[in-house]
Design a protein around this ligand. Structure first.
Ligand SMILES: Nc1ncnc2c1ncn2[C@@H]1O[C@H](COP(=O)(O)OP(=O)(O)OP(=O)(O)O)[C@@H](O)[C@H]1O
Ligand SMILES: [Mg+2]
Length: 286
């Protein structure tokens, strides 16, 4: 679509609440404008695939505007802030997040499989940089990918209507992953898998095993993946510690702020909590 035809070109720009990293996300009429990033081309291709296969749970990619920004559908609804308020801790909402992630994965099946889930020629997925203090072998490697997923399904990246998740937004971290890794990441933020002292006000500090099961059931997770979920979450915590460290060092900005505010220690506390509660979590999933 030519930029002259983009909707809302002459309407006022309303600033949207910004997350940790991306500044300058604005609403213009029925569209959202986001600054172009290294991964924008790859994300646009993925969003176009999702639209083509009829997946309704993501904004459509509409093109680039005169200012060179990505133009996407504005998806009406509520989005949680940070920290996520108590309304976001509802079990029915959690269930709908699980179903939406399952639908995304099903809609992603086969996408980019012929190129080993690499981004289209001339584009790239977001990649976590390695911290320089780590030798290449020190940073744990994730499992071989089986599809392209969202990789950042936080309360701040889900649009909610009438208490149900209707769309995923902010595909900046999209890329090759596994179904289970993307689900574990979603559980981390939505159950949440956090040490009780780190659980937000209004969220349950005792029902995490039960909520993990709610999410796994809604996703339709298979028996083998249920059995390995906690181990995958523990291993992922390791990788995320290195990833966040590397992003803070090489990407700076919001990544460095998150590191300075203790995200590395938060990840380590989560990992210890997962190890301490492994049996409870496994029993809930079985
Ligand atoms: N397509 C959209 N439809 C409706 N609201 C949106 C859309 N895109 C963004 N928003 C709103 O703007 C906020 C910020 O947008 P987005 O998540 O894309 O960037 P960000 O959170 O600042 O980025 P990052 O998570 O990388 O720091 C969202 O939390 C949401 O409230
Ligand atoms: Mg966001």
């Amino acid at each position: 679509m030519a930029y002259e035809e983009l909707p809302g070109e002459s309407e006022p720009e309303d600033e949207l609440p910004h997350g940790d990293v991306t500044e300058g996300v604005v609403r213009v009429g029925a569209t959202v404008r986001r600054p172009v990033r290294a991964q924008s081309g790859a994300v646009a291709d993925y969003l176009q695939h999702l639209e083509a296969v009829g997946f309704r749970g993501a904004p459509r990619f509409l093109g680039r505007d005169r200012a060179g920004r990505d133009v996407l559908d504005f998806v009406p609804g509520a989005v949680a802030g940070d920290p996520p308020p108590a309304w976001a801790a509802d079990d029915e909402l959690l269930r709908s997040v699980g179903r939406l992630l399952r639908d995304l994965h099903d809609a992603s099946e086969g996408y980019a499989a012929d190129r080993g889930f690499a981004a289209p020629t001339g584009t790239q997925w977001f990649r976590w940089p390695s911290p320089s203090e780590a030798g290449p072998a020190a940073v744990p490697v994730g499992p071989p990918p089986e599809l392209v997923g969202h990789n950042d399904v936080t309360p701040q990246n889900v649009v909610v209507r009438e208490g149900r998740a209707v769309a995923l937004i902010d595909f900046d971290l999209a890329g090759p992953t596994t179904r289970l890794e993307d689900l574990v990441n979603t559980a981390t933020h939505w159950v949440p898998l956090r040490a009780p002292a780190d659980v937000w006000p209004g969220w349950s500090r005792t029902r995490q095993p039960e909520r993990l099961r709610v999410l796994a059931d809604a996703y339709g997770l298979g028996a083998a993946e249920r059995a390995s979920l906690v181990d995958v979450a523990v291993a992922r915590a390791d990788r995320m510690w290195w990833a966040m460290r590397g992003a803070a060092e090489h990407l700076g900005g919001g990544w460095a702020r998150m590191w300075d505010h203790g995200v590395g220690d938060l990840i380590r506390r989560r990992q210890r909590w997962l190890l301490d509660h492994r049996d409870d979590l496994r029993a809930a999933l079985a």
